[in-house]
Structure formats: structure tokens, C-alpha cells
Design a binder for this molecule. Structure first.
Ligand code: PBG
Ligand code: ZN
Length: 336
């Protein structure tokens, strides 16, 4: 009975239909844009690019329409053009012609990784140049580290990752992004960078990287197809709690930014990590996700621009701050 005398009893009555009509705020585009909770802009985007040594012309990737391997000799001009288009950050992958068992070209001063980072920084000093830090692009077997007795040897690999990171930092990389999924790789890289005086070079950890079916087009693009799979180091796609453990480990080892990869199939993981850490969070919309949208749009099944807007928007809604996407160049040129 007491409830009757409380003026707030009205709230219960008023907060349902027909008093409440959520469509009121959806009437016009002007209203909808005022109500919009998340936004994506060029400030959020990182563009992954492939740079190949020893070729004269851009090499298209059949399974990634619109993406090419950039010849090393064109890289300077290409980076300038990207920066002029509005790209603010690139993630660089080398396509090596000098592969060996350990991927040693990647820690040599005269190797492709070092040369391409230098060339990119020289061409556009204000571009944020991020070095993907792994070995699969530089090893003859295609695994992400040193193979020993049929397995990728964790501790030898993290020592090499530290060497590659220092080489990248010396070449001018603004950020190191280790993607090998080795235990202790963040600590090893942080120590290596700090000992060499690169205390201010941040690490963006591919902290939650799943052994996904969606990397196929990338492996063709980066020339790193492998026999077998990466299930003994990348995460099982079925696991969510483990992703939080990986993230908290990398945070404890000194990561500056965490990442979830791929994106769309793992929005729950992204949202959970957002709740578990205060670090900036990145998400990688991978090659297979790009291919799915491109080919479905080419077949007339979906509208490409709307699908891009919607998927990138979902990453923001789930808690991502940064988005790596092969659509970044199109968005820079044509808007959303
Ligand atoms: C390799 C690496 C991969 C991607 C980024 N770094 C592939 C893999 O793990 O096999 C995938 C990116 C994409 O599919 O777009 N360390
Ligand atoms: Zn790798």
C-alpha cells in the first residue's frame, strides 16, 4: 500500500509502451547521428601492408581483391600516397626472398625488415610505422619460430624475437607488434628493447591470436604457407577464459596495447577483455574477413560499404580502440 503514496510509482507506469516509443529517436538521420553511441574514424585505423623484395611491379593477391604486394622499390612513393590519403598508421609485413631455418634475415641490419621500415619512415616521418614481429614470413618452413624436433621451440624463438625487435627499432619502427604467440615473448622483447636504449618504443601484443580458418588469404599474400598448422602455439577458437589469461599475462610482461584476432567471430572475447584490462585494445579484421565481404559484395549478395561500416562499428561497440583492417585505404579515399 505504501507504494501508492510514493510519486515514483508513476515511473513503473510510464516506462512502458505506449508512453515509451524508442522509434522517436530514430526518425531522421540527424536524430540518429545524435544518438549514435560509437564512431569509427581514420584516427582508429591501422592499414596492414605487404612489401616484397626483388619484384618490379605490384603483385595482386587473388584472394584479396584490391590488395597487392608492394615492390620494395615503390614503397617510399606508396607510403607518401597513403599518408596523403589520410592513413595514419601502417602494419608492415615483409615478403622475403631470403628465407632460412630461423628467419635470420629479419634481424639483419641489411635485411628486408630493416630496409622496409627505414624506407617507410623516411618517406613519411609522421606515419606511425608498426613492425609485425614474427618469423613465418622469413622461415623456409613457414612456422613462426625455430623448429626443433617437430615443434616450434619457445625459448629459442623468444630470444630471436628480441633480436628482431631491436633491429626493427633501430630501423625506426614506432611500435613493435609481436604475433608469434610464444610464451614470454613480451617480457623478452621489452628487455631486449630496454637494454638497447629503446625504452620508449611501445609493444602492441597480439595477445589473443586464435588458430583461425580466416588467415588463408594472408598466407598467400605474405608467401608463408606452411605444412601443418599453428595449433600448438595459437589459441583454440573454442576458448574465452584463456584469452583473458593471455591478455593479463601480456599486460604483466609489459605490453602497452592488447589485441584480439580475428575480429567478427570473437566479439565476446573483445568485450570480456575490455572488462578485464585498462590497456588500449586493438582488433584485427583479418584477411578472411576481408575476403568474405569483398567476394559477397562482388557477387551482389551484400553492400560492401554498409558491411564495412557495420563490422567496424561492431568492434567499437564491443570495446576496441584500434582496428587493423585492409579496408583502411578505401575508407581513407572514399569515406564510409
Ligand atoms: C603471422 C601472421 C598471420 C596473420 C598476421 N600475422 C597469419 C598466421 O598466423 O598464420 C594473419 C593476418 C590476416 O589473416 O590478415 N604471424
Ligand atoms: Zn608468424
Amino acid at each position: 500500500m505504501r507504494r501508492l503514496f510514493c510519486p515514483y510509482f508513476l515511473v513503473g507506469f510510464m516506462s512502458t509502451f505506449p508512453t515509451v516509443r524508442l522509434r522517436r529517436l530514430r526518425k531522421t538521420e540527424a536524430l540518429r547521428s545524435l544518438m549514435r553511441e560509437t564512431h569509427v574514424s581514420m584516427n582508429d585505423l591501422i592499414y596492414p601492408i605487404f612489401v616484397e623484395e626483388g619484384i618490379d611491379a605490384p603483385a595482386p593477391i587473388a584472394t584479396m581483391p584490391g590488395v597487392v604486394r608492394i615492390p620494395e622499390k615503390h614503397l617510399g612513393d606508396e607510403i607518401k600516397a597513403m599518408y596523403a590519403d589520410g592513413i595514419k598508421a601502417v602494419m608492415m609485413f615483409g615478403v622475403s626472398h631470403n628465407k632460412d631455418e630461423t628467419g635470420s634475415d629479419s634481424w639483419k641490419k641489411e635485411g628486408l625488415l630493416s630496409r622496409m621500415l627505414k624506407r617507410a619512415k623516411d618517406a613519411a616521418p609522421d606515419m606511425v610505422v608498426i613492425s609485425d614481429t614474427c618469423f613465418c614470413e622469413y622461415t623456409s618452413h613457414g612456422h613462426c619460430g625455430v623448429v626443433d624436433g617437430g615443434h616450434v621451440h619457445n625459448d629459442h624463438t623468444i630470444a630471436n624475437l628480441a633480436k628482431q625487435s631491436v633491429n626493427a627499432a633501430k630501423a625506426g619502427a614506432d611500435m613493435i607488434a609481436p604475433s608469434a604467440m610464444m610464451d614470454g615473448q613480451i617480457a623478452a622483447i621489452r628487455a631486449g628493447l630496454d637494454e638497447s636504449g629503446f625504452t620508449d618504443t611501445p609493444i602492441m601484443a597480439y595477445s589473443t591470436k586464435f588458430a583461425s580458418s580466416l588467415y588463408g588469404p594472408f598466407r598467400a599474400a605474405a608467401g608463408c604457407e606452411l605444412k601443418g598448422d599453428r595449433k600448438a602455439y595459437q589459441m583454440d577458437p573454442a576458448n574465452g577464459r584463456e584469452a583473458i589469461r593471455e591478455s593479463l599475462q601480456d599486460e604483466a610482461e609489459g605490453a602497452d596495447i592488447l589485441m584480439v584476432k580475428p575480429g567478427l567471430a570473437y566479439l565476446d572475447v573483445l568485450a570480456d577483455i575490455r572488462q578485464s584490462s585498462l590497456l588500449p585494445l586493438a582488433v584485427y579484421q583479418v584477411s578472411g574477413e576481408y575476403a568474405m565481404i569483398k567476394f559477397a559484395a562482388a557477387a551482389g549478395a551484400i553492400d560492401e560499404k554498409r558491411a564495412v561500416r557495420e563490422t567496424l562499428g561492431s568492434f567499437k561497440r564491443a570495446g576496441a580502440d584500434l582496428i587493423l583492417t585492409y579496408f583502411a585505404r578505401d575508407i581513407a579515399r572514399e569515406g564510409f
